[in-house]
Design a protein around this ligand. Structure first.
Ligand code: ASP
Length: 275
């Protein structure tokens, strides 16, 4: 039922769900990833096998699917009836200068119309009692993306980075801005230079804002990004933190005692956001 990520996630512009995922294991500094993978429900498991059963890091598209098949993954249609209906409505109402148009009585229920464009990702980073760090990022990416578009999630250093001597970081939100700044790598690097996880996440948010200012199309009338981007970080000592461009983000963290949702730090108040 969740249309933000994975099975049932909103598809690309052709109505096909394409998934990206990466994993990285600190003790061996090894990583595996898949991008633009179709028909496989659990791309993170395939990414893990790329890490554990090949000498490569990233497999894409048809090659990633062939690799998943070789490992016995079952192919299935990841588009649910609900996400197909929402995709079709998007397609039919996108323009009056093409040959698609919606039926007179709209088949998409009212409550689903607000989900006309979405994105969703899961980033999970962890430290165990033996001091081993690891992470995973997995996503269906941006809805209505161009076929073959790959986001930040499967790119080591962007959507995920782990250095067992320092810490781990990951991201959700508009992947293009992350790809252009290698944000997860930077966060880990900032932590290596003495910043707390939260300070490092905030610092990278500042970098994103500064670089986005160079492209007016992506900025609102105050010169701030029109998109959202969120970062999560954990250091070798088990300290953690998160930051978003805009107020309102939260993240789940287990501190060894309890698991709870916490507020992420942010640069700007939500009212300044203009999506
Ligand atoms: N970061 C993902 C991407 O750009 C999307 C998301 O986090 O929602 O593919």
């Amino acid at each position: 039922d969740d249309m933000s990520v994975g099975y049932g996630g909103l598809p690309n512009e052709d109505g096909v769900v394409e998934l990206d995922s990466s994993g990285m294991y600190g003790p061996t500094h090894t990583a595996g990833a898949v991008a633009a993978l179709r028909n496989i429900k659990n791309p993170s498991k395939v990414a893990r096998l790329v890490m554990e059963r090949t000498d490569h890091v990233l497999l894409v598209g048809e090659g990633a699917l062939k690799f998943a098949r070789a490992h016995g993954f079952k192919e299935e249609d990841l588009l649910t009836e609900k996400s197909r209906a929402v995709w079709l409505r998007w397609k039919e109402t996108m323009s009056d200068r093409d040959n698609w148009f919606p039926p007179k009585s709209d088949s998409v229920p009212e409550e689903l119309r607000s989900v006309m464009s979405t994105h969703g990702t899961i980033n999970c980073i962890a430290l165990d009692a033996a001091g081993r760090l690891a992470g995973v990022t997995t996503t269906s990416g941006l809805s209505w993306k161009l076929s073959g578009r790959v986001g930040d999630s499967p790119i080591i250093g962007a959507g995920l980075y782990v250095d067992n001597d320092i810490g781990a970081a990951g991201s959700t939100g508009r992947g293009e801005a992350n790809l252009q700044t290698c944000a997860s790598f930077r966060i880990v690097d900032f932590m290596g230079r003495g910043m707390t996880p939260e300070q490092a996440c905030l610092k990278v948010c500042e970098v994103i804002v500064a670089k986005t200012k160079l492209v007016s199309r992506l900025c609102d009338d105050r010169g701030l990004p029109k998109f959202g981007l969120n970062f999560y970080a954990l250091n070798k000592k088990g300290e953690f933190g998160a930051a978003c461009l805009y107020q309102g983000g939260s993240y789940a963290a287990h501190d060894g005692v309890e698991n709870k949702l916490r507020d992420a730090a942010y640069l700007y108040k939500r009212r300044e956001r203009n999506r």
